[in-house]
Design a protein around this ligand. Structure first.
Ligand code: F6P
Length: 321
């Protein structure tokens, strides 16, 4: 391999910038010329591609989001635009792609590979931690720290006014962020798509605490349940506790990458460049606890089902009923 283009795609996630920086530096150390694609899949179609320079990399490591920017491109679904992307790579002599992103991006690149044979390797990066085959996606630790700082602040005001707080966290259809942040913030209730919940049981569990005048009740709700609004009204109407709802929203996607995300970014990036050098042309780098980094065919990742750590599920189950 003589050249590789590095891009970020899909929802931004902390850790993307360190991954780009490391991938560029590591590629150079292996005599591979690195290019940068700006604006994700949209930039691939429009030719926003340039040879990487040190100026592009400076001051990048500690920044959240992605300095290469990203986009969710509908145009990439069309054969015509994927062909334009391929021509842009060919015109610059770029042989391979390294994409840092989520499921949707991997599917797009998989189609590009099927249509035009463009070889690529992916690094999972999304705060949702919803990608099959990997325990960790870049950005998750940073998002959890952002959520935890927010819930600590909300606890202060909740306790001061003896209120119930319902906090909706992101994750798309995955409850991972909600489960971990429920445990980390000491929430009394955790509602996620993966575990059935029972409001009557929650009512029985909390009734005595309410009668004893508990200082606050905290519920973390995954956005995928679409239940935050209902639960907030339930506190008022059924439990007779004044409640407020906070939707944390996109604040969860921002912030400087944590040390863990920076370190994982470095390791993922080295594993990805090595995979490309070994001739992998259609695979994703995954990380499993105890097993470290490995490669999985893209179809196993995009068609697979995300398995959440069973111990985490068991720890959260009592908070669902
Ligand atoms: O996939 C990351 C994520 O932040 C999800 O948690 C959320 O549902 C979605 O992206 C929001 O998408 P957008 O940034 O397009 O509003």
């Amino acid at each position: 391999m003589k050249s590789v283009a590095i891009m970020t795609s899909g929802g931004d996630a902390a850790g993307m910038n360190p991954a780009v920086k490391c991938a560029v530096e590591y590629a150079r150390s292996r005599d591979v010329e690195p290019f940068l694609v700006y604006d994700g899949l949209r930039g691939l179609i429009d030719g926003s591609i340039k040879a990487a320079s040190d100026v592009d990399l400076s001051g990048m490591l500690h920044r959240g989001g992605t300095l290469l920017r990203t986009a969710r491109s509908k145009r990439f679904h069309s054969h015509e635009h994927r062909e334009a992307a391929t021509r842009n790579l060919e015109a610059r002599g770029i042989e391979k792609l390294l994409v840092i992103g989520g499921d949707g991006s991997f599917q797009g690149l998989n189609q590009l590979h099927a249509d035009f044979g463009v070889p690529f390797v992916g690094i999972p990066a999304t705060i949702d931690n919803d990608i099959a085959g990997t325990d960790y996606c870049l950005g998750v630790d940073t998002a959890l720290n952002v959520i935890c700082r927010a819930t600590d602040s909300l606890r202060d005001t909740a306790a001061s006014m003896r209120r119930a707080f319902v906090v909706e966290v992101m994750g798309r259809n995955c409850g991972y962020l909600a489960m971990v942040s429920s445990l980390a913030s000491g929430a009394e209730i955790c509602l996620v798509p993966e575990i059935p919940y029972d409001l009557a049981a929650i009512d029985r569990r909390l009734q005595s605490r309410v009668e004893e005048g508990t200082r606050s009740i905290f519920a973390i709700v995954a956005e995928g349940t679409r239940y935050a609004d209902h639960l907030t009204r339930w506190f008022n109407d059924t439990l007779n506790v004044e409640s407020r709802m906070t939707v944390l929203g996109h604040v969860q996607r921002g912030g400087s990458p944590t040390v863990y995300d920076r370190l994982m970014a470095y390791k993922f990036a080295v594993a990805a460049i090595e995979a490309l050098l070994d001739g992998e042309d259609n695979s994703i780098i995954v990380h499993r606890r105890g097993a470290g980094f490995s490669r999985l065919p893209v179809h196993e990742v995009v068609e697979g089902k995300k398995e959440i750590d069973p111990m985490l599920m068991e720890l959260c189950r009592p908070l669902c009923g």
